[in-house]
Design a protein around this ligand. Sequence first.
Ligand code: PLP
Length: 428
Amino acid sequence: MSPSYALLNNPQLTVGIMAEPTSSNDELLGGKPSMEINGDCFLVPGPVRMSQNTLKSMSHPVITARGSEYREIMAELNGLLRVAFNLSETSFEKGKRSFEGDDGYSTIVVSGSGTAAMEMVIANRFSKKDHVLVPTNGKFGERVADITKEFSNVKHIDFGWGKSFDLNQLENELAIGNFSGLAFCHNETSAGITQDAEGLSEIAKKYDVALIIDGITSVGGLPVHPKKWDAEAVVVGAQKCTAGPSGVAAIAINNSYIDYVNEKNKTGELSSRYYLDLIPALKRAGDDQTSWTPAINLTIGWIQALRELKEEGLENRWERCENLSKGVQNLFSDLGFAFLADESQRSATATAILYPKGIDDKWRSRLAKQYQTQVIGGQDHLKGKMFRIGSMGITEKEEMIEGCKRMISCFTDFGIDLPTINVESYFK
Ligand SMILES: Cc1ncc(COP(=O)(O)O)c(C=O)c1O
C-alpha cells in the first residue's frame, strides 16, 4: 500500500516527509513503518484545519474596532452566521441590522471560545430561582450541567457516555418537576453521539420550558433547526464545523429569550454579569458593533470560513460530513472495531472508536509521529481506551481515505490482525 495524499492547503504541516525514528520511544512504538508519507492528515474533531484563504485573510492590517470598516465586517459576519445557524437570510450590509431576521432570531458574536458563549446564554437566562433539567451522555453535556449549576438549580441526569437519552424519563421529569429550562449538548463530541433534538424539542414545547442547545460541534456540520425546534438559544464555536479560528463563538437567541431577559432585568433577580451581559451586546449589534473590543482578526478569518461554507451550501456540507462519518463508521465496523455511541445516534461530525484489546494511546503517538496523522484520544475515564475521528469543517474525502489507510497500517504495526479491505470503496 502506498498512500499518495499530499495536503495542499496546509504547507506548514506538510513539509516534513516521514521522519526517521530517532528516540528510544520510537523503538518502544515498534520501529520504523514501511510507508512513505507525503502530507499530514488532520482528522481531529476541532479545532479543524482552516483553508489557506481563511489563514491569509487573518493577516489583515490592524483596523479600529469602532470605525466604518469594522462595522462592515460585523454586518457581514452576522449575516453569514445566520446561514450557518440555518436561520432566515438577512442583508450583509452595514446599517441593515443583519444580526436580526424575520424569523425572530438574532445572532451575537462572542469573543471567547464556545464555553464563553454557553456561559453567556445560561448566565443571562437563568437565576437561582430556576430549575433546569440537563441530560448528559458525555463530557460536554456535563460541562453544560456545571455551567448551569453556577447560575441556577440543576437536575442532572447522566445516561452514561455514548448512551441515548431516555425521552420518556425526561418527559416524566418535566411533568412532575418545576422546571423552567431544558439544556443539552446536541452533538456530544466526547462520545460521538448526536441527541434526538427534535424529540427533546417536542417535550420542551409540551412543558413550556426554555430549550438551550450547545450546538458547538453541530451548527454548520449537521442538521440544526433552531426555529422548528423553537430553541431559545443555540451556540456555535468557530473552530469546529465552520472551519474558522479558535477563540471566537456566536449565539443565536429568539425573541422569547430576549423578552424574558428584558422582563427579568427589571426585577433584578437574574445572576450578575458584566463582560457577558447580553442585552447591551444586542444593542451594540444594532449598530454593527460589539460591547467590547472584538477579536478583530479572528472575526475577519471567520468571515472567510463562513463564505466558504455558504459557497458550498449548508445542506451540502451536512451531507459531506455525513458521508465521511458513514464511511468511517462502516469501514471500522467491517474491520471489527466497536464504537462508544449507540448505533442509531452516531454523530456525523465525530466518531468515537474503542481501541482493540492491548492498544492504548501509544498507537496515537505513533500515528502522529510516523504517519503524520492526527486523531484525538478519549477524555476523562476513557483516556487511553478509544480514539475519535473528526469529519467536520472542510475535510475532503481524499484526506479521510488516506488517514484511514494510515490508521489501519498503524494498527498493523502494533500486531493487530485486520482483514484486507478496500478503503476507497467506503467513501464513494
Ligand atoms: C460539544 C462541545 N461543547 C463545548 C465544547 C467546548 O468548546 P470550547 O473549547 O470552544 O470552549 C466543545 C469542545 O470540543 C465541544 O465539542
